[in-house]
Design a protein. Structure first.
Ligand SMILES: [Fe+2]
Length: 126
């Protein structure tokens, strides 16, 4: 069972961004499935790294869109992206250095952040 089920109600109306949001949801589900299946650290690290990298690519594209649309709340939204990037990168670093292990609870926290961000913040852009 997927951790997150994409809803078309979350679309912001920009095809690139909507597809990237769908991909992020898929990566979250992939990571969850790998954890639930008891996959090894190498497999989990690979998916987590993809999630971190993809989040950065996605934020950069979303920020370009906000600039192009002259989005009034851009500075605040940018700060939220920066904060989340720091959080997820820090977590990835800790995981890589063996100081932490992935928990379902942490994944649920990341998922909640992402879904709430798409629904409450990204929707305002489109
Ligand atoms: Fe955003």
């Amino acid at each position: 069972m997927p951790l997150v089920t994409w809803s078309d109600q979350w679309k912001i109306g920009n095809t690139l961004i909507d597809n990237q949001h769908k991909r992020l949801v898929s990566l979250m589900n992939e990571l969850n499935d790998a954890m639930v299946a008891g996959k090894g650290n190498d497999a989990l690290e690979k998916i987590l790294r993809a999630l971190v990298t993809y989040t950065q690519t996605h934020f950069a594209d979303e920020e370009k869109l906000m600039v192009r649309l002259n989005y009034k709340d851009y500075p605040r939204h940018l700060a939220i992206h920066r904060e989340f990037t720091t959080t997820i990168k820090g977590f990835h670093e800790k995981y890589r250095s063996g100081n932490s292990h992935l928990t379902v609870q942490l994944l649920v926290t990341l998922k909640d952040w992402l879904v709430n961000h798409i629904k409450n913040e990204d929707q305002k852009i489109g």
